[in-house]
Design a binder for this molecule. Structure first.
Ligand SMILES: Nc1ncnc2c1ncn2[C@@H]1O[C@H](COP(=O)(O)OP(=O)(O)OP(=O)(O)O)[C@@H](O)[C@H]1O
Ligand SMILES: [Mg+2]
Length: 252
């Protein structure tokens, strides 16, 4: 397969009369960690839904792992803002659910639970987990099919700051261990620059590409590295420009 896991070129995406995305084009290469940031409503979740095959109603051309996006592709995992665990299944059964309920006894479930630090919670039910633990279970579930591409939609926005840092580092070690390519949507610019090789910025009304910031700092990165702040400032400038244009439009 080529080195390009996602090749996306959307000329237009509408919801009825409303144009929500216009001329968005990007590629994600194998092994990259890329973040999408932009104001609420600019189409970030819609882009992930298109890449995962959940939304097929757009104009343009999208290739994922060399083919048209396919719903439930085992090569693509999806992690949402909230864990979305099935409450009537145990943690192990949730993680292995791709194989049905009996997937819970698959040896990979135990390995993944150990990797996310939930080895003692295999037989617990989701309601017995804290928010951070539930999200770790969701990460393990997202990895169960050994996807080469993991899509994450604001995966850590519902957890506290300390848990968030630990989950970010867990994600980085998982991406390295499993050679997984990550495409992450986040509102947290600090998170985007800390995690990513590239941060793609979008503007809204309709969603368009506004720029891209490369973060050429090798890992393990130090969160206190002042260089990261410089890249954060670059991302903010791209986003601020959009805000300024919006304010101008409101004023005129
Ligand atoms: N099923 C739908 N039907 C109609 N409009 C929709 C639907 N889903 C999304 N939209 C609209 O499409 C636009 C983009 O939505 P989307 O959820 O992709 O934005 P987002 O960038 O993920 O926003 P947020 O940061 O708030 O999550 C918004 O204007 C939204 O109202
Ligand atoms: Mg969204």
């Amino acid at each position: 397969m080529s080195n390009c896991l996602v090749e996306l070129s959307i000329t237009e995406k509408r919801f009825l009369a409303k144009q929500v995305i216009k001329n968005v084009k990007f590629r994600i290469l194998k092994g990259e960690i890329v973040s999408l940031v932009g104001p609420s409503g600019c189409g970030k979740s819609t882009l992930l839904r298109i890449i995962s095959g959940l939304d097929t109603d757009y104009t343009g051309d999208v290739r994922v792992l060399g083919s048209l996006p396919q719903l439930h592709s085992r090569g693509v995992g999806f992690i949402f803002q909230e864990p979305r665990l099935l409450p009537w299944l145990t943690v192990a059964e949730n993680v292995g659910f791709d194989l049905g309920r009996k997937g819970g006894i698959h040896p990979r479930v135990r390995e993944l639970l150990a990797e996310v630090g939930l080895q003692d919670c295999a037989d617990a039910y989701p309601k017995q987990l804290s928010g951070g633990m539930a999200q770790r279970a969701a990460i393990a579930r997202g990895l169960f099919t050994q996807p080469s591409l993991l899509l994450l939609d604001e995966p850590f926005s519902a957890v506290d700051a300390f848990t968030k840092m630990r989950l970010q580092d867990l994600l980085l070690s998982i991406a390295a261990n499993h050679e997984t390519t990550l495409l992450l949507v986040t509102h947290d610019i600090n998170e985007a620059t800390y995690l990513s090789d590239r941060v793609i910025t979008l503007s809204s009304r309709p969603g368009r590409l506004s720029g891209e910031v490369r973060v050429p700092i090798t890992r393990q990165r130090d969160r206190r590295n002042p260089e990261l702040l410089r890249f954060e400032a670059e991302v903010l400038s791209l986003l601020d420009k959009d805000n300024a244009d919006f304010a101008d439009a409101l004023a005129s």
